[in-house]
Design a protein around this ligand. Structure first.
Ligand SMILES: CC(C)(COP(=O)(O)OP(=O)(O)OC[C@H]1O[C@@H](n2cnc3c(N)ncnc32)[C@H](O)[C@@H]1OP(=O)(O)O)[C@@H](O)C(=O)NCCC(=O)NCCS
Length: 176
């Protein structure tokens, strides 16, 4: 793989979208179905990752999503996505969801998740190297610094590394 020496700021790839929750998006109780919310999160996360990588991307993993408060038919949800850290061929994206009544200016946070996308070379269909991330704000720096630890945890859960080899997790939590 050819080196990618580029470094991009977080704001260069931020993505945002809003959705009006329609009958087709809801369950029989009139709340947004969890799977539909995850689809919206995957799409906005993918747009953000593709902007950072300047490439096609695929979703490699979605960290846990909790559904803390129901989102109702007729609510407007806003999804905001930003990159937190880029590794070799994969980038971690933070997606936050807020919901408000139609016309209201008081959005409430309902969900968030970290998603990992892998950049794909469209000729070889194999992962390709991506630009690094330069965090600038305090929040961006905090997410950037904690990202390698989250990566280790998700690679353990995916069975790609063994817990005994997880150096960062061990430093933080002790032995699992
Ligand atoms: C993701 C995918 C491209 C990885 O392919 P691979 O042959 O395992 O490639 P590699 O071993 O080189 O890993 C590539 C990167 O993916 C990351 N990765 C692989 N599985 C992962 C997982 N479960 N969670 C997070 N990252 C993962 C690796 O850590 C690596 O990142 P790095 O280069 O930044 O260190 C491949 O598994 C795939 O195509 N999956 C299906 C993707 C898809 O269809 N998504 C939509 C689902 S509906």
């Amino acid at each position: 793989m050819t080196m990618n020496n580029r470094v991009k700021a977080v704001h260069e790839s931020k993505a945002e979208s809003s959705e009006l929750i329609m009958p087709n998006d809801t369950n029989p109780l009139g709340n947004l179905m969890g799977g539909n919310l995850m689809r919206f999160m995957d799409v906005i996360g993918g747009i953000c990752a593709a902007r950072h990588c300047e490439s096609h991307v695929v979703t490699a993993s979605v960290d846990h999503v909790t559904f803390g408060a129901p989102i109702h038919l007729g609510d407007v949800i806003t999804l905001k996505a930003c990159v937190t850290h880029a590794f070799n061929t994969s980038v971690e994206v933070y997606v936050e969801v807020t919901a408000s009544k139609m016309g209201s200016q008081e959005p409430k946070k309902t969900n968030h998740a970290y998603l990992t996308f892998v950049a794909i070379d469209k000729n070889t269909m194999r992962p390709k190297l991506i630009p690094k991330v330069k965090p600038e704000t305090k929040e961006e720096k905090l997410r950037y610094e904690s990202a390698p630890r989250r990566r280790e945890i998700r690679l353990i859960l995916a069975g790609r590394i063994e817990a005994k080899d997880a150096v960062l997790v061990k430093e933080y939590f002790g032995n699992l």
